[in-house]
Design a protein around this ligand. Structure first.
Ligand SMILES: [Fe+2]
Ligand SMILES: [Fe+2]
Length: 334
């Protein structure tokens, strides 16, 4: 049996006979793969996993900062932080929508997160005990996210790439607001400077680990690169991040907590010290500072939102019935 697909360009092809060739053609031309296109199962699975993990990270990532909205030191800081946390909710929603175009229901993705079967970025399993952590998260965590995500604006899957364009614009605002919080603290009293430095000391290494394990321990990277999902390796992106933050740290006047950090004339890059990958794997395995707090809070929020989902469903049913009745009236009238 043949299954004819009509893609967004209006080209029709037999999915069984020509699907793979068509897909390979799109990838070779560095063109976009769209939801209606034929794609290999492994490509679809990889994308669903990556995009849904990314969506979960945005949603869970609201918690460490949401924690500070009521305690931010001024009305202006509260308003900025609230806008930032709302942006992250929006990022989660664009990304869930992008993942849904691959045929996985949103309920299923939520369920995977709430039952611990899906991962989210480990960075959000660290606690935020001080106000300076809002600065460090914006500067370092959103900064690392930008390095990771700008190349994803060119990812081969259309809906993912398009979602990333808007997300990246908002991420640069997040990074600047974090930098500005730290700058204000560094221009403040001794106690404020100490608070900023202490916070940077805690976030520096976890931020570097956000790019994932070193290239020789990252088995799926090569395939994602061949599919034009990933454009640079973990270590390349990590290097780009270090090169970006060293001069910024200088402007801030904070010391990055890495005694091996030095300019390498030959490479034209900053060398940095080894990272504690045992800590990374521990947090990934659920033994971070806040893994259980984050999931428990997410579950509670999901349960508390049950009535909203219920109301939205009832409203959609009502709309459908009204639309159907309207169509009948129109048909009778004409
Ligand atoms: Fe985000
Ligand atoms: Fe962000």
């Amino acid at each position: 049996m043949t299954q004819v697909i009509h893609d967004v360009r209006g080209v029709g092809y037999d999915a069984d006979a020509d699907g793979l060739a068509r897909f390979e053609q799109l990838i070779a031309a560095d063109d976009k793969v769209e939801p209606a296109d034929w794609m290999p199962d492994a490509y679809r699975r990889t994308l669903v996993r990556q995009i849904s993990q990314h969506a979960h990270s945005e949603i869970i990532g609201m918690q460490p900062e949401g924690n500070w909205i009521t305690r931010a030191p001024s009305l202006q800081r509260k308003a900025i932080l609230m806008a930032k946390v709302q942006d992250e909710a929006g990022h989660g929603l664009y990304l869930y929508s992008a993942a849904q175009t691959l045929g996985t229901a949103r309920d299923e993705m939520y369920d995977q997160l709430l039952t611990g079967r899906a991962k989210y970025s480990s960075i959000f399993n660290y606690l935020t005990p001080t106000w300076a952590d809002m600065g460090s998260i914006g500067w370092l965590v959103d900064g690392a996210a930008i390095c990771n995500q700008v190349p994803l604006c060119r990812a081969s899957y259309g809906p993912y790439a398009r979602a990333m364009i808007r997300i990246c614009k908002e991420e640069s605002f997040h990074q600047r607001q974090g930098f500005e919080i730290l700058l204000a603290l560094m221009n403040g009293t001794d106690a404020q400077r100490e608070m900023a430095q202490e916070s940077v000391n805690r976030w520096y290494a976890p931020a570097l680990m956000m790019f994932g394990p070193p290239d020789d321990e990252s088995p799926n990277s090569a395939r994602s690169m061949a599919w034009n999902i990933k454009r640079f390796s973990n270590d390349e992106l990590r290097q780009r991040f270090v090169d970006m933050i060293v001069p910024q740290a200088e402007i801030l006047g904070v010391t990055l907590p890495d005694p091996d950090l030095r300019w390498n004339e030959e490479r034209g890059h900053w060398d940095y010290g080894d990272l504690d990958w045992d800590e990374f794997h521990d947090v990934l395995a659920g033994r971070g500072q806040a893994n259980s707090i984050r999931i428990a809070k997410r579950r509670r929020a999901h349960d508390d939102g049950a009535w909203v989902r219920e109301a939205a469903r009832a409203y959609a049913e009502k709309q459908k019935a009204t639309d159907a009745a309207g169509r009948v009236r129109q048909a009778v009238a004409s």
